[in-house]
Design a protein around this ligand. Structure first.
Ligand code: F3S
Length: 387
């Protein structure tokens, strides 16, 4: 792999042991995937932030490192809302460990914006190279924005933050961004909710696996694209998809769909995922809520009182910029938490059955929290939480 003189000096250990180790990670990764060079990245999003997922050994590894990020870098959600963890019922022993993880990342120069929606804070541009980790954020960056990132593991993303570069392979290259399968969606007309797009992603991800799908027959807005991509990345390994007439690269790759395997998904395939099992908690904001989603929840909760624990998750910056909306939601008894989510917080393990509005949460909660899971629209989630 071709390296610049500055990188050779880092590899020789002239810029500190941590920078040397980090570049070694990137070079090893590049060699495995046949990268010819490293490419500078505009931003990084680092996963491996919840103590629930990285545990004792992950924390020890982080505490040994000694360097600082050289490009803007944020964290994925952690296991608790900073400043409100007692209120959420987080065990103090867990909070102590989680705070140690947060402190370790802060010392490494990672901004404590703990979110899977970094694009609401500072959106990358078309064709920007990134090193993001969380699968729904990766999908959104590639598909909805047209930026370029592979799905980085936690250590590789941290290495990219400290070096400012990532190996140039996979989705960084135009040749690897072409569709591999066509999905025709027959919705049968009528409004298709965000939750239905999540369910479509849940269903489609299982079929497409790691291929890049090209959708026809749908006109999703940004929140619906977010839900679709997040779920496909959870039940499949989809890091990029195209939607005819909607996503930024769809036109460019439209000539590449001829001869590809094509399947049709009917509305009934999706509707079947909406069950009516009883639940003991409701959680929305997977991926973290957009300002529009927060406003929609606030409107639905107006003059209502929550009777079932109702959790809403969003990025701290989105919550801060929408204070009045959040206060109006919390007057109902629902709670809007930053920094964490229904999958990475250990608090959710106390529930036996959780209702969500997300295809990704539908896929992850059973294994990660040990609860049965039901998907419903935002309206249905509010109705269940308030009755
Ligand atoms: Fe985000 Fe947690 Fe869902 S990290 S995408 S809210 S599982």
């Amino acid at each position: 792999m071709e390296l610049e003189p500055g990188d050779e000096r880092i590899l020789a250990g002239e810029c500190g042991e941590t920078r040397q180790k980090m570049l070694e990670i990137l070079v090893a990764l590049g060699k495995v995937f046949g990268a010819e060079r490293l490419v500078p990245v505009k931003s990084v999003q680092v996963s491996g932030a919840s103590y629930k997922t990285i545990g004792k050994y992950g924390l020890e590894w982080l505490e040994e490192l000694d360097a600082r990020a050289v490009v803007p870098a944020v964290l994925n959600p952690v296991g608790m809302p900073r400043g409100r963890w007692q209120e959420m019922g987080v065990d103090p022993a867990f909070a102590e460990k989680q705070n140690a993880v947060i402190a370790a990342y802060e010392r490494l120069g990672i901004r404590l914006e703990c979110t899977c929606t970094p694009y609401y804070l500072n959106s990358p541009g078309y064709k920007d190279h990134l090193a993001w980790s969380e699968s729904s954020a990766v999908s959104y960056a590639n598909s909805v924005i047209g930026a370029r990132t592979n799905r980085e593991g936690g250590p590789a993303a941290l290495a990219a933050a400290i070096i400012g570069k990532t190996p140039c392979y996979g989705l960084h290259l135009s040749a690897n961004r072409k569709p591999r399968m066509v999905i025709d969606v027959a919705t049968g007309g009528g409004e298709v909710s965000i939750a239905h797009y999540g369910a479509l992603g849940y269903y489609t991800g299982k079929i497409v696996g790691n291929r890049i799908p090209y959708f026809r027959g749908i006109r999703p807005d940004a929140d619906r694209l977010k839900a679709l991509g997040a779920a496909m990345a959870a039940t499949g390994a989809v890091a990029l998809y195209h939607v005819q007439g909607v996503t930024p690269e769809a036109k460019k790759v439209s000539a590449d769909i001829s001869g590809l395997e094509t399947i049709t998904i009917e509305r009934g395939d999706i509707d079947r995922l909406f069950t009516e099992i009883p639940v003991d908690a409701v959680a929305i904001g997977c991926p973290h809520c957009s300002p529009e989603e927060l406003k929609a929840v606030a409107k639905l909760l107006q003059a209502k009182k929550v009777k079932v624990p109702f959790y809403i998750f969003a990025a701290r910056a989105v919550i801060d910029a929408n204070r009045k909306t959040v206060e109006s939601i919390e007057r109902s008894g629902a709670r809007v938490y930053a920094d964490t989510c229904m999958v990475v917080s250990p608090v959710m393990e106390r529930y036996k059955s959780i209702m969500v509005s997300s295809g990704k949460a539908l896929a992850y909660i059973p294994d990660m929290c040990g609860a049965t899971t039901r998907i419903g629209t935002l309206e249905e989630c509010v109705a269940v939480a308030t009755s």
